[in-house]
Design a protein around this ligand. Structure first.
Ligand code: UDP
Ligand code: MG
Length: 326
């Protein structure tokens, strides 16, 4: 089979209200561009009508391919599965809720034709995302950038085009806690941005509640930085200095016979030391937990079914080889 010029990877999790409109927008977009294409939908364990809707679309359009997970493995696992199977010379990751407009992909393709290997969408404006989400996202990206040893662009999500070379490099990265946008930066190659205004979600609710966002942020930091671990050294030095000063003062007071109870000082010192230690134990735990999950070497996702695609081998993410008995 000949490889298409363009692959779109679209993760979907309970997006029944959007599939029909997504299909319309995609087909309109494909009519505009002059490229061969495929779409790899990754159904991340949806339990609404999304799987049925995808099945119907795939039956009518063989270039619509579907990978269905056995349960919800998360957005980052879903785009990983897409990258494992997308065969295009250029591969684009986009959200299924039309917040990453297909029309922007045309601009990305143009940059790719100019010779760039990665073209990421940079958000100049977000419509309809609350002040809180925007402010926390902005703060997070700036913190991450300060902690990260590699350059990562600001205000970008996973909406990006990657050349086949980048996708092949990405397939080699099989870490469990995945922060795909950082991994793409890590891989390198010529990277550039296209600006776009991020529209509101077409319908439905965000699948990234605050709890998931915090977990994702911690994954981002711990995947790319060990600066938090070094915090212990700095805190230790700081409290060591404080200890020297306090000891001097304590010795002086006792020699001078000023045996004041000093209740407040002791209480504050103990509380500070205890909280610093607990924070550091927590940070150590984050990293140790990740080591534990990494050494189990579990597959990143389990595929229950595929449509218009040969079955996937869960261990490697690649096409299953050998006889498949069902
Ligand atoms: N998504 C997914 N699995 C999840 C959560 C989200 O596949 O566990 C998909 C979702 O269907 C959407 C995309 O990832 O296509 C981005 O999610 P969402 O729009 O909810 O995130 P937000 O834009 O609010 O950050
Ligand atoms: Mg969205």
């Amino acid at each position: 089979m000949q490889r298409p010029a363009l692959s779109l990877i679209i993760p979907v999790y309970n997006e029944e209200e959007i599939i029909a409109e997504l299909d319309r927008r995609l087909k309109a977009f494909f009519r505009e561009i002059d490229e061969s294409w495929e779409v790899v939908f990754v159904d991340d364990g949806s339990y609404d009508h999304t799987p049925a809707a995808l099945k119907e679309l795939a039956a009518a359009e063989p270039r619509y391919k579907v990978i269905s997970f056995s349960r919800n493995f998360g957005h980052q696992a879903a785009i990983t599965a897409g990258m494992d199977r997308a065969e295009g010379d250029a591969v684009v990751i986009m959200d299924g809720d039309l917040q990453d407009p297909p029309e922007v992909v045309a601009a990305m393709i143009q940059k790719w034709r100019e010779g760039y290997d990665v073209v990421y969408g940079q958000r100049s404006l977000h419509h309809g995302e609350g002040v809180f989400k925007r402010a926390t996202a902005a703060a997070f990206y700036r913190l991450l950038r300060a902690l990260m040893p590699i350059e990562m662009p600001l205000d970008t999500g996973d909406f990006r085009l990657m050349s086949r070379s980048v996708v092949l490099a990405m397939r080699a990265l099989r870490e469990q806690h995945r922060f795909v946008r950082g991994m793409v930066s890590w891989v390198g190659f010529q990277q550039t941005a296209v600006q776009y205004e991020r529209p509101e979600r077409f319908a439905g609710e965000t699948k990234y509640p605050l709890r998931k966002m915090i977990r994702f942020a911690i994954d981002g930091i711990t995947s790319f930085s060990i600066v938090p671990l070094r915090l212990a050294t700095w805190l230790g030095l700081l409290s060591g200095l404080a200890a020297i000063v306090t000891s001097g003062w304590a010795l002086y007071s006792s020699i001078a016979g000023e045996t004041v109870p000093a209740w407040a000082t002791i209480t504050i010192a103990v509380a500070l030391a205890a909280s610093a230690q607990l924070i550091m134990t927590g940070i150590l735990g984050e990293y140790i937990g990740r080591i534990y999950e990494e050494v189990k070497r579990r597959p990143l996702y389990v595929v229950a079914d595929t449509l218009n695609l040969p079955p996937t081998d869960s261990a490697s993410g690649r096409e299953k080889t050998g006889k498949v008995s069902r």
